[in-house]
Structures are given as C-alpha cells and as structure tokens.
Design a protein around this ligand. Sequence first.
Ligand code: CU
Length: 254
Amino acid sequence: MSKILKYRYGTALRLFFLYTALDSQAHAEMGKEYATPHEGWDLLWWTLMLDIVIIGVIFAAITLYLLVKYKRKGLNDVGTAKPLNALASFGWVFIPVFVFMADDVFLGLENMKHWLDFRRPPADALTVDMEAYMWGYEVKYPEGITLQNELRVPAGKPVRVNLTSRDVIHTLFIPDLRTKWDALPGTGLFLWFHPQKAGDHVMTCTEYCGMLHSSMYGKIIAMPEGEFTKWVEARKPRSQAPAEQTELKPGGES
Ligand SMILES: [Cu+2]
C-alpha cells in the first residue's frame, strides 16, 4: 500500500512538472538503471484495482444508504426533498465528474509513461533476432548461435527481440514479463524486456496462426550472467570469419 501511495505522490509531482517530457528525459539519463516496463504495468494494474475498489465501495455505500433512508413508506408518500439551488446542483454534478476524470487522466498518463518506456529499449540491450514461423520461433544471436523455441538471456540485463515472421502473423507473448508484440512478415518490429532474476518463462503465440497454433510455444531461460557468457562461448560457431560476399549481377556478369 505504501508503495502505491509513494508512487501516486511521485506521479502527481511529475504531472505537475509536465511529466511526460521530463520523465522520458530522466530515463534517457538514467544510464544503466533501466526502467522496467513490466514492473510499471503491475503497479499500474494494482493502482487501478485499488481505485476501482475505493470508488466502487464509496459510491455503493452512499447509494445503499440513500436507498434505505429515502425508501417510500406508503403508496401516497411523495417525499419532502427541497429542490437544490443552482450551486448545489452544479456541485453534485461537477465533484463526482472531477473525481472520476482526474483518476482517468492520472491512469491514462501513467499508462502513457510505461508505454513510452516500452517502446524505447535501452541502447545497450542484448539484441537477438527472432523469426516466428508455423509453428515455432527461431532465435538468432549476433554470435551466430541459432535456437528453436528457446531464448537464453542473461538475468539482470535488458533484452531486445527483433521480430519478424516467415509466413503469417504471429505474436510473441511472455506473460511473466508482461510483454507482447506481433511478428509480421516483411516488417521489423521489436519488443524488449528486463528479466531481473534467473529463471524460466513461457513464451507463446497468441495470434491464431493455423492448425498447430496451440503448440507454438517455447521457453525463455534467464541465466546468471557468468553462465550465459560461458554458454555463448561454448555454443558459438568455431569460425567467426564472415562469409564472402559475392554480388551476382543479372546476365551472368560478375
Ligand atoms: Cu503463431
């Protein structure tokens, strides 16, 4: 609860100081202290739940109280309420509207902040290429390692996944890390995440892509950084010499 209150207080301050621009600037200057979008989404979710409960409970309690207090006692009971004056009428409309709208604007801006973080991967993130296909994921590392339906990453480092598709529209969804993006043929899209601890996470396709869509899933394995480095060393192809580029021209010229 105190985390949420601190968060709201911090956010109110940011709002006051034209928040989005300053906030993104702050993230750009944070260096290695990465924003972690998935933690932000979680906190936003619980804040939203708390708001709904508080607002829901308060309004439900007032409504119940009024229903009981002013219940019609007999068939000829017409009530005795005096008409409201203009100021009171305005207050009864304006205050609840203000409360709801302020909360909506707060949640919307907070959402935008996480969204901007989510679309701005750190420049020094580990970058891997992922090609989705019917029905699996092929992962390629800069060191030349290729994996099927498995993505190994170092824990504690941000990871950027460049996404494309070999055939139809797929999705890379990593529920544990609260991230998801489509993989479309002929496009270069991406998502990024930041696994904090070593551990396994499910990755799965959530875009219906044919008969075996439901078996299109794999594993993300976040390894301690030292182990990951050793794994890359052991798995990378022995010869790192780049393949010779031969440009073929039409008509057999070369
Ligand atoms: Cu798919």
